[in-house]
Design a protein. Structure first.
Length: 619
């Protein structure tokens, strides 16, 4: 265990700049791009710092991690311990939202060097009178004033725990009523809040709630010509009734929204709001600030395209227009507007189509004033782009989880996310589906596929989410080969029977209860995969940061057939005897199995159960 700094510890000893340095410090971790960006933690998490520290000769060394809250001048310190092969480690704890800074210092410890030589001579029965005299000449600081301080100061951004752990549920409030001929209001949608809370969710995410444009409004199933009464896509933001700081009249008023936020809080739910920086042709910005949009050679504003898809109902902003500064300030102000109305979590739509510099500036400014704010990046794009968005300030990121379905794919991807440098800055939020992503695995696998993906999302990651209708196993695509839903809720009001007997709501509630009860499932770190002798069985373990609360998960990835085989428990790695007795309590079924040794048999029939989520106890 890494050594930690004590509260109120003395500030660091100053170095004498006129003295030569013998100690070398290299490979300080954690860091992101040589300190260009901060590493991420949540309140109460440790920052475990490691470095290579060595010097010429065989003298004893000492080292500390120096840390302080951002904006402070005095350092606190934690003594580092030697791990072997010149690697050293220590830790400090992030106690609040304040940003932190840290670096490393090492020196030749003359006192320890003298004591080591003295002890060896005494043990050999040699005369030590000279060494006793030498003791009087030792510097009082043990040689620390000649130490080396690593020249770079690294940063830590600290967010609240919801940035690390939470279960999200996406709901269109207009579909929360009982009349398919009209959208529900916020007051009517409040009736759905107890249902969402009963399933154990922490965050209720709403698609855009703003007025929807009428020009080029899309009809059902993305039809170019809407029928009378078609509500349009909420992402086509803006009409005569207002823009990004207004509420769609069919939902109610700003006062109604404030009441909805309070009603959700009473159920233990935080509201996450969609931020989509784009406009319908009817948005007030189009008339008042036409320079904020790209134009064609004929002078008309250019609508959004992602060939072969065309989004005639959306105008993208031009972040490089001549009036870019005013646009940037206005859009930052949109987020601040909703923060002032009780929203502290935002799911940002397609951030990868806006400049990185905008997000780094806007999110940095907002977080400085509102450290409670959390931002989820919805960017299904190239890996380096997704990672850079995480670096510039997004708290969480959508991931490729939806498209990782085989054992090999899942193990490789989550090893990358949790056991490489990516884990220092990118927190994945594992959505099982979205309103426009219905993977083939769910289309063909039926109810067992939904169960398997639910368990995987909720246990592989500390943050995950489902879109309303997932618990009802909605899986019909608009056409073969498409990932779009038939009768997508993006374009119509969708009334559902949430009381259906085949609903997964009970399983969702159980999974979320397990997550809340077990700290090991509240962190992305602590994940390790275990061998199985069947490629359709995936097995992995989660542990809390202190190594406690081991949870073992086994999932049948084949939604059609019973799969069985042996899972391998690395007892030697866990420092257990090879014949250790294991008590395996399945938290899903409340059954207990008794295993012995490293290899144990598992059988999962998808028509009965698709997974074990096991609390491990050993004798």
């Amino acid at each position: 265990m890494a050594k930690r700094a004590a509260k109120g510890e003395s500030p660091a000893v100053p170095l004498d700049p006129g003295l030569p340095r013998r100690v070398v410090i290299e490979n300080v971790m954690p860091q992101v791009d040589e300190g260009r960006f901060p590493v991420k933690r949540t309140v109460g998490e440790d920052v475990i710092v490691e470095a290579d520290i060595f010097a010429d000769g065989h003298d004893a060394l000492a080292a500390v991690v120096l840390w302080r809250r951002a904006g402070k001048t005095a350092w606190h310190e934690a003594p580092m311990e030697a791990l072997g092969n010149d690697r050293w480690r220590a830790a400090f704890t992030t106690a609040d939202f304040a940003g932190y800074e840290f670096t490393v210092e090492g020196w030749v410890d003359l006192g320890a060097t003298w004591r080591g030589a003295l002890d060896k001579k005494i043990a050999a029965g040699q005369d030590v009178s000279s060494e006793r005299l030498e003791e009087r000449t030792l510097p009082k600081d043990g040689g620390r004033s000649r130490g080396t301080r690593w020249p770079r100061i690294l940063r830590v951004v600290v967010e609240r725990q919801r940035a690390r752990f939470g279960a999200w549920y996406e709901m269109f409030p207009r579909s929360a009523g009982s009349d398919p001929s009209r959208g529900a209001t916020f007051r009517e949608a409040e009736a759905r809040l107890p249902y969402v809370a009963a399933m154990g969710f922490d965050v209720l995410y709403l698609p855009p709630i703003h007025p929807i444009g009428r020009s080029f409004r899309k009809g059902r199933n993305n039809a170019l010509t809407p029928a009378a009464g078609d509500p349009g896509s909420p992402w086509a933001i803006g009409s005569d009734e207002g823009g990004h700081t207004a509420v769609e009249p069919g939902l109610g008023t700003l006062k109604d929204f404030a009441h909805f936020v309070k009603a959700a809080a009473a159920q233990g739910l935080e509201i996450a709001l969609d931020i989509a920086f784009q406009a319908s042709p009817d948005h007030p910005y189009v008339k008042t600030h036409p320079s904020w949009f790209r134009h064609r050679p004929d002078g008309t504003i250019k609508y959004a395209e992602n060939p072969p898809k065309k989004y005639q109902d959306i105008y993208p902003f031009d972040f490089e227009s001549e009036d870019w500064s005013a646009l940037w300030r206005e859009l930052k102000g949109v987020i601040e507007f909703w923060i002032a109305r009780g929203v502290n979590i935002f799911r940002v739509d397609n951030p990868h189509t806006k400049p990185f510099a905008f997000w780094e500036w806007a999110l940095g400014e907002i977080r400085a004033a509102h450290p409670d704010a959390i931002f989820l990046s919805e960017a299904f794009t190239r890996p380096k782009v997704m990672r850079y968005l995480a670096k510039v300030g997004f708290s969480q990121s959508y991931s490729y989880f939806t498209w990782r379905n085989t054992k090999t794919e899942l193990e490789a991807y989550f090893t990358e996310l949790t056991q490489t440098g990516v884990a220092e800055y990118m927190r994945p939020n594992l959505f099982t589906n979205t309103p426009d992503i219905l993977h083939e695995y769910l289309q063909t696998g039926g109810r067992p596929a939904f169960q398997a993906r639910l368990v995987l999302a909720a246990t592989l990651g500390a943050s995950y989410g489902i879109y309303s209708g997932f618990e009802l196993c909605e899986n019909t695509p608009v056409r073969p080969g498409s990932e779009e839903y038939l009768d997508s809720e993006k374009y119509e009001i969708k009334i559902r029977d949430y009381e259906r007997a085949d609903s997964l709501a009970e399983l969702v509630a159980r999974i979320n209860a397990i997550r809340r009860e077990h700290p090991s499932l509240q962190f992305d770190r602590g994940l390790a995969f275990h061998e199985t002798d069947n490629p359709q069985l995936i097995c992995y373990r989660k542990r809390a940061p202190d190594g406690s609360d081991p949870i073992l998960v086994v999932v049948n990835l084949d939604p059609f057939n019973m799969q069985h085989g042996h899972i391998h428990l690395p007892l030697a790695e866990w420092k257990f005897p090879p014949d250790t007795d294991i008590e395996a309590h399945d938290l899903l079924s409340d059954e207990t199995y008794f295993w012995r040794g490293e290899s144990n048999y598992v059988r999962l029939d998808p028509q009965v159960r698709v997974a074990h989520v096991i609390a491990v106890r050993h004798g």
